[in-house]
Design a binder for this molecule. Sequence first.
Ligand code: AMP
Length: 236
Amino acid sequence: MYTPSQIFVKWEEIMYIVMIGAPGSGKGTAAKILAKELNLPHISTGDIFREQIKENTNLGIEASKYISKGILVPDDITIEIFKNRLAKDDVKNGGIFDGFPRTMAQVKALDEMLVKVNKKVDLVIELKIPDDVIVQRILNREVCSNKECGAIYNSKFKPSKVPGICDICGSKLVARVDDTEESIKKRIKIYYENLGGMIEYYREKNILYSIVPEDPTSDKASEQAVNSVLQKINNR
Ligand code: AMP
């Protein structure tokens, strides 16, 4: 079903996992499942920014200038907020990083942060999804408005049982403000501009695991992607 490349890292060594994937690739959903399975914190820079925007903090106001335009928040701001999150106790024994790093400057910064505590990125999971599917996935994406829940649906590929209502907590489902067609195209373009260097860097380190789902439109695509990773690691 999947055509993953070989994983060279040992299961017992895996602590810090980076998820790479275009916006709408399902990396957020996959990261959440993986975090639950491995009992590791799920750290999403996008979620941190959205929280700050909601709370109207200075960081939120600054970040929203970029996010609303579909462009990346500058590296210095992003690296600083990630560094603060990484310093928290719950990330001491590992974490699933979703949406960070996204640029080579962030890749290098992450390595430096981890080296300081004698750690490293152990595994990088890349979800490869065709662009046309990505656009459809984002345009139909619905997220739970309850941030404690944060469940993600897709009105076309993975609908909630009752339209507009979260299956898990019953809260209202909303679209993300940056999920417009213009913003999506810009975000995908920026994603590919940064991807090559990151992929090459992690491939050279032999920690890259790329997954190409056979049916990326399936509502189970993210779940199956995670299972393929877990299976591969457990079978070593
Ligand atoms: P996401 O939820 O990961 O799709 O992120 C939503 C938006 O937050 C992105 O389109 C960027 O504007 C911003 N963002 C999230 N993570 C980063 C990052 N690592 N570097 C720069 N901007 C980011």
